[in-house]
Design a protein around this ligand. Structure first.
Ligand SMILES: [Zn+2]
Length: 180
């Protein structure tokens, strides 16, 4: 029981970390869009809470993250196409629904609303991907976040990067069965 509690705590911590990373990425993207919208790229971005900037987006962490990101992303692109790699939202949803994701690579920013089936738990972009149909589907604000939680629950790894291959990508434990 102690061990299980520890596992759940680890999952919660990891999910919170990825969530925070994604949220900060989304804020940066918004600021950038605002700057572009004003047509004044030289203007300083909004001030941000200094403690959070220091703790989570310091230059050392930034460099470390971007090097890791580049390595991770280029590994996906360099690899020959395989049934053990999923790129794009639909293939990744299929993989996560089948507990096949060993590594999920999500973007730091952006929300993709979708659905989760209240009966079988299937995640989908349409609410129509499982036999229970739209009546059993519950709207979720961010499919990426749901996929992160599922992957961690399945003892998979999650990385949040700026520009994942195909918007979201996964390395799989086994080739997923075709969705019906
Ligand atoms: Zn269902």
């Amino acid at each position: 029981m102690g061990q299980r509690a520890a596992i759940f705590r680890r999952i919660a911590e990891a999910a919170a970390m990825v969530g925070e990373h994604r949220r900060i990425g989304a804020e940066e993207a918004e600021q950038f869009a605002e700057m572009k919208g004003r047509g004044n790229a030289c203007r300083a971005p909004h001030p941000r809470p200094p403690a959070r900037v220091r703790a989570l987006a310091g230059p050392v962490i930034g460099t470390w993250v971007s090097e890791r990101e580049q390595r991770l992303v280029s590994q996906f692109w360099l690899e020959p196409p395989s049934q053990l790699v999923a790129m794009g939202l639909e293939p990744c949803l299929t993989a996560v629904n089948q507990h096949a994701a060993a590594l999920l690579v999500v973007p730091v920013g952006g929300l993709v609303p979708g659905f989760s089936c209240t009966r079988c738990g299937a995640l989908s972009s349409t609410g129509e991907s499982c036999p229970d149909g739209p009546a059993a589907a519950r709207a979720v604000p961010d499919l990426f976040e749901e996929m992160v939680v599922r992957t961690l629950n399945d003892s998979g790894q999650v990385e949040a990067v700026r520009d994942p291959p195909g918007e979201v990508a996964a390395r799989l434990r086994f080739p997923p069965a075709e969705p019906e």
